[in-house]
Structures are given as C-alpha cells and as structure tokens.
Design a binder for this molecule. Structure first.
Ligand code: PMP
Length: 400
C-alpha cells in the first residue's frame, strides 16, 4: 500500500474551477469575468508599452546576465518599490525606518510577512469577510491563527463600517489586521478617508498591528498616490507596519512574480535587523527572488521617461475599467432592472461585487455562457464595448 493512500483530493479553487468550465465551453460568444487580469477592449491581455520598452532595453543590454540576485532581491528595484508605496517624501524613508525585501509577487510578499509574524509577533490575524480567498490559505499555511472582521453590508451593498470598528474594538489588544490598501478584493469597496482615519484611531487605541496588502496601486484610480493613501496615513500616524506589494496588475507582470514586502518600524536599527530576518526567510523559501520581472520593473521605475509613460498606461487601464462600470450601470438603469445598481459605479478597481446570488450566477453561466464566481464577483476587466450591453441584458433576465 502507498504511504499516500489516505491523502484526500484538495478542494477545488473557487476561481480556477470556474475558469476551467469557461475554457471547455465551446460557445463562440462566451464571456470570462472570473480571474482578475486586465484585458483590453478586444478582450486581449495587454503588455504595457512602457513595460515592452523596458523589456527591449533589458534584453538588448550586452551586460545582462542570469546570475542570482542577492538574498534581499534587486536592491534598486526594492528601493524604488518602497518609495512608490510610501511616497518620495515619506518620513519613514528619510529616517531609514522603511526597508524592503523582494518577493514572489503579492502572494510571496504576504507569505514572507506571515512567516515573519509567526516568528516574531505570533498573534491572531483578522482578515476581512469576504476577502481574496488566498489570504486565508497563506496565513494558515504559515502557521498563524486567523479570525475575521465583517466587511460587506449585503443589504445596502456597501462597507460594513460599524462591523469593522466593533470587531477592532472587541479583538484582543495587539491583534494583527490584514487590510486591503485599495480596491478591496472581492467587493471593490474601500473605506473613505474619514473612515480610514477612524479605523487608524481605533487600531492605535487597541495597539493593533496593520498588515497591508497593496495589490492594485495605481491600477485602481489611475493615481499611484491616491491608491497609497491608507498606507501613508498609517505611517504618518506613527504605526509600525508591514505591507505586501504586487506588480502583477499595475505593471501587467502577472506571471513574472514581481513584488516586494515593505516593513516600517519605529527605529532604523529595528528595521535593518528585521530586513535581515525577512531576507533569511526568503532564502529558505525561494533562495533568490526571480530576476526578469524585477529587472523590467526596475527599468520602468528608474527611467524617468518610462515612468512617465507608465503613468499614462495606468490611466489607460483604470479609465477603461471605470468606463465599463459607467456603461454597465447605464444599461441596467435603461433596462429598469429591478434593484439599485449604483454600487457598480461606486466600487473601484478590478472587481465588482454585483450582489447577484448563487442561483443568478449559475443562470448566467448555463443560459448565457457568462462565467463568474458564485459569490457574484465579476472581474470588470472582462467587460468591453462589445459585450457590456449583452451582459446587462443577461443580468436583467436573471434578476427578474
Ligand atoms: N492580494 C490581493 C487582494 C489580490 O487580489 C491579489 C491578486 N489576485 C494578490 C494579493 C496577489 O497577486 P499576485 O501574487 O499575483 O501578485
């Protein structure tokens, strides 16, 4: 008999299992609103022009090689990433209290953060309900206890602000709260600046530790500073914190696994010591962070003309998505589809939490070949000028 006879089948992934169904659907006009990856108006993946140029510079450099990166990753990239997150004038950077280590995209950065906390600050991590499903797995696989805080008011289709605050007040002092820096996945709903301020005040009173996940900086609003508002507010308020950063969406480097983990403490010497620990953890997991994506990001972030062009590329992506929200909303209003649909335009980022129930989602898939996760989340990037009207009509059909 095999040692592995008793190993059970892993449960299907909520997103990738639906994508698999989409992939085998032979219908000519099927629609994929599952995975969060940007698509252009023709439904095609988009290589950002700034990234394309950076790649050409990289591969035509006769000095380029495939050597290992240092343990903490490509330093010029990491420095630029930390600066991008915290802002040029960040007091934490000036005081040498902000350090970074390159990571395997956002997921790898979250894992490094979780492993670090398990070693040095083993407290319960509160994750939002709902959240990106992988948060749960990353935190628990790293050996941390998790609990949740309510996030979505299903009745009003908005932020459950009271629920967040009450949970923060009730949680044991010094708990860890995993916060989405912007463009909350899956709801597309973020606290407004006044609500962020209140959250920060309560967390301060309770000595809670913020663990930010920043997967959509610049991609959400088109403005890198605006999307980093919450993280910078916490730094300005004197918090120590960790923040994972992904360059999957904002540079379109999904498969290159380009990311960074930033750590801010109250003293330069603490930060420098913590950085060596993060690098040591990374060494045991991946040994060396991947080079290619980091080199590309490094060129974009450290070449002024390409950085400028990248800002434009961010505007192209974010404004196309915002435009799709407007069109979807407008069609639903014109069709007089039962219910209020203002949340579609109020939400931000890659996803919209439509409020459609499981039965309605299944009907969209079986009757209309429109694929989405059964919690009613849609990837806005899957909509375009050719399919948005048909999608609105399909919603209208299934909710009546
Ligand atoms: N956090 C959130 C909230 C996300 O939505 C994602 C991507 N779906 C990630 C982290 C990490 O993505 P990646 O590992 O591809 O950078």
């Amino acid at each position: 008999a095999s040692l592995f006879k008793a190993v059970p089948q892993a449960p299907a992934d909520a997103i990738f299992s639906i994508l698999a169904k989409y992939n085998v659907d032979k219908y000519y006009n099927k629609t994929n609103l599952t995975v969060g990856a940007y698509r252009d108006d023709n439904g095609k993946p988009w290589v950002l022009p700034s990234v394309k140029k950076a790649t050409e510079i990289l591969i035509s450099n006769p000095e380029a090689n495939h050597e290992y990166l240092p343990m903490g990753g490509l330093q010029t990239f990491v420095t630029a990433a930390v600066k991008l997150l915290l802002g040029e004038d960040s007091i934490a950077i000036k005081e040498g209290r902000a350090v970074g280590v390159q990571a395997l995209s956002g997921t790898g950065a979250l894992r490094l953060g979780a492993e670090f906390l398990k070693k040095f600050y083993k407290r319960t991590v509160y994750i939002s309900d709902p959240t990106w499903a992988n948060h749960r797995s990353i935190m628990t696989d790293a050996g941390l206890q998790i609990a949740s805080y309510p996030y979505w008011n299903a009745q009003e289709k908005c932020l459950d602000f009271e629920g967040i605050i009450n949970t923060m007040k009730e949680a044991p002092n010094g708990s860890i709260f995993l916060l989405h820096a912007c463009a909350h996945n899956p709801t597309g709903v973020d606290p407004n600046p006044a609500q962020w301020m209140k959250i920060a005040e309560v967390m301060k009173e309770k000595d809670h530790f913020p663990f930010f996940d920043c997967a959509y900086q610049g991609f959400a609003s088109g403005d890198l500073d605006k999307d980093a508002y919450a993280v910078r507010l916490f730094v300005d308020m004197g918090f120590e914190l960790i923040c994972s950063q992904s360059f999957a969406k904002n540079l379109g480097l999904y498969g290159q696994r380009t990311g960074c983990i930033t750590l801010v403490t109250s003293k330069k010497e603490y930060s420098l010591r913590c950085q060596t620990q993060l690098a040591k953890i990374s060494r045991a997991i991946v040994s060396n962070a991947p080079r290619f994506g980091a080199e590309i990001a490094n060129i974009v972030l450290n070449t002024p003309e390409l950085t400028e062009e990248w800002y434009d590329n961010l505007k192209t992506m974010s404004s196309r998505i915002i435009e799709m929200r407007k069109q979807l909303h407008q069609y639903l209003v014109e069709l007089k589809t039962p219910g209020s649909w203002d949340h579609i335009v109020d939400q931000i980022g890659m996803f919209s939490y439509t409020g459609l129930n499981v039965k309605q989602c299944r009907a969209l898939m079986s009757k209309f070949h429109i694929y989405l996760t059964e919690n009613g989340r849609i990837s806005m990037a899957g909509l375009n000028s050719k399919n948005v009207k048909a999608f609105a009509e399909a919603i209208d059909y299934v909710v009546r």
